[in-house]
Design a protein around this ligand. Structure first.
Ligand code: ADP
Ligand code: ADP
Length: 230
């Protein structure tokens, strides 16, 4: 029933000295439908490295990541990533940014505009479709990031420190709106995996928290959060 399962994944990076440094020691984890999982750990503990392996962006040095039981490199995984730095295309309008992943999938123009407009509405960007990213505040830019990630209806939505570049209030608002969408079942994804170094954020958002230790990153704890979300 797991959507994504990592088995004994490890990551080493080459060093100029030719010594390899191990960033992730053998790690198992899985993501099942219906859960928000937070990956919590200090800076440098390997959170982004693990996220890149889980999404297929980077290949483990050892072990394997499975997508519905198939090695991820041989499957059509349907995931999206929201980045800390938004990673929007500055030369495209808000609408064009959100349409971009649909265009990459070969969806026809009218259909992708329809879907992108609907998603912009969902994330509270109604009326901003013709703006360019540089005209928007950080919070609004990250809304575009969410819309662009969600428009393909990913099975798992990955987020790498999505609120870290925002001021405290903006982050708080965006976080609670996100949770509201999730609990209203208006967010077109089955699971959310969020990387954060903020323990409060992990506790507020997640159903399950995985804590990564440092030197080299390994899972220290994996526990359910027994809080009643509002
Ligand atoms: P986190 O996301 O928890 O801050 P990272 O996964 O970004 O951790 O990095 C973990 C460690 O691996 C850090 O020491 C970082 O400098 C190193 N690292 C990450 N990516 C690479 C890479 N492509 N090449 C070499 N070292 C890397
Ligand atoms: P792959 O394993 O598929 O070769 P990597 O996991 O090495 O891919 O990812 C390479 C990415 O990591 C590049 O985008 C690079 O800019 C970034 N990177 C390189 N060095 C570091 C570092 N020390 N810390 C964090 N990221 C790094």
């Amino acid at each position: 029933e797991a959507i994504i399962r990592a088995e004994r994944v490890e990551k080493y990076y080459a060093q100029p000295s030719e010594n390899r440094i191990q960033v992730i020691s053998p790690t198992d984890l899985s993501i099942v439908p219906g859960e928000i999982v937070a990956l919590l750990g200090p800076s440098g503990s390997g959170k982004s490295t693990l996220l890149r392996m889980l999404t297929g962006l980077s290949k483990p040095s050892a072990g394997e990541v499975y997508w519905h039981g198939q090695p991820i490199s041989q499957s059509e995984s349907n995931v999206s990533i929201v980045f800390q730095s938004f990673a929007l295309f500055p030369w495209l309008t808000v609408l064009q940014n959100v349409e971009a992943p649909l265009q990459a999938k070969g969806i026809a123009p009218e259909e992708r505009t329809r879907r992108a407009m609907k998603m912009l509405d969902t994330v509270g960007l109604d009326g901003f479709q013709s703006a360019y990213p540089k005209e928007l505040s950080g919070g609004m830019r990250q809304r575009v990031g969410f819309a662009r990630a969600l428009v393909v209806e990913p099975e798992v939505l990955f987020m790498d420190e999505p609120f870290s570049a925002l001021d405290v209030l903006t982050a708080e608002n965006l976080r609670s709106e996100l949770l509201e969408l999730w609990h209203n079942h208006t967010m077109p994804t089955q699971s959310i995996f969020i990387v954060t170094h903020n323990i409060e954020e992990a506790v507020l958002l997640a159903d399950r928290i995985i804590v990564l230790g440092r030197n080299p990153g390994h899972i220290r704890t994996d526990f359910r959060v027994n809080l009643q979300h509002p």
